[in-house]
Design a protein around this ligand. Sequence first.
Ligand code: FE2
Length: 437
Amino acid sequence: MICCQHEHYTPTATGDYGFEVDGARIKYGRGVLREVGEAARALGVTRAALFVDPHLRSMEFCATVEDSLREANVDAVVYDEITVEPTDASFKKAASFALDGKFDGFISLGGGSTIDTTKAADLYATYPAEFMDYVNPPIGGGKPIPGPLKPHIACPTTSGTGSECTGIAIFDYLEMNAKTGIRARELRPALGVVDPDVTRTLPPMVVACSGFDVLSHALESYTAIPYTHRARVPKGVARPLSQGANPYSDVGCVAALEILGKNIVRAVRDAGDEEARERMLFAAVLAGIAFGNAGCHLPHGMSYAVSGLVKEFRAPGYDLKEALIPHGMSVILNVPSVFRFTAPACPERHLEAAEKLGGDTRGAGPHDAGDVLSAQLIELMKATGIPNGLANVGYTDVDLDALTDGSFPQKGLINNAPRETSREQLRDLYANALTYW
Ligand SMILES: [Fe+2]
């Protein structure tokens, strides 16, 4: 059941009166990676840039994609200089490769970093510009993209991000030490090829982190400010990609939460549980479609400072030399704290989410919604080996101001929350996320 649809979207005097649906085109199922070549051909691609996560070069499924391109007579040139957390420098390098190669299409094979890098390379090779021109304001110029990009087929290899469904590419802007991105409908890949066979070899912590990223996409989109409460834009064409919760994205959110509640622990604990891992990948698609049409809010807005200010932490299962708090972990560590704070804005939705995630909501009323949802989230975090709050990835009270300063400028995300959030409240959200049990 999708709760309170009518009341939730009651028209307001200054809020928006409409929402838009951007559908993602997806091929889904075991074996669909073999269809990448024919799909590229059908999109008119004859010479493709194949962007691959360097860790995946030796994987069988990488050979599957290369073989399918060869069989379809699509020339492919591999680019594997993908950075785990992309930066403006790594985006520019990829863009210059794409421009020099004179490609008529792009294939990406990897996680969100690889797919986002490919989106940027496609953009700057198709419509060359100063790098900051297309970047989100206020950091960048927010220049509209002049037209459609060259076809991009995105093949995700982690059960998270949902980047194959969205028009968003995120990167670190090194000069300001800030996470920002490019958001535009034109960036959405022409096709997502989602093959559950790729998740077989993922280490447990990678499944946990990407699964919690998906969970938070669904939870944030479901509880985002209703589109009828977001300030109306002067013209329909100016309606933002992050347009707030709406009846279309709600469907994907609720379905994704239910799948996650039943499968995340199974998928993390047992790599051989193919059914659970397959269901998680489908939840990632559903949540990707949802957040691509509604937008995330506080947990993602807060996550960029959590990952950006990392000190020594290294997540198990991630084969890296540098300290890294994986994206999904940097998100979920904020989540129980945030949903206690947002629950009063739409308690029914928080209770419904708790129930879908497997929580016990019997006898719970609106005032319990935040605690009940947070308690269930903490249970899932404990059961999957996620650290106990920000204190367990290296942060203390001393870091609260730096974390707050790092995330308060993320206005696009913070203003998509169902409650207004002051700087002091944001600081409290970090303080309440230090330890959970
Ligand atoms: Fe995310």
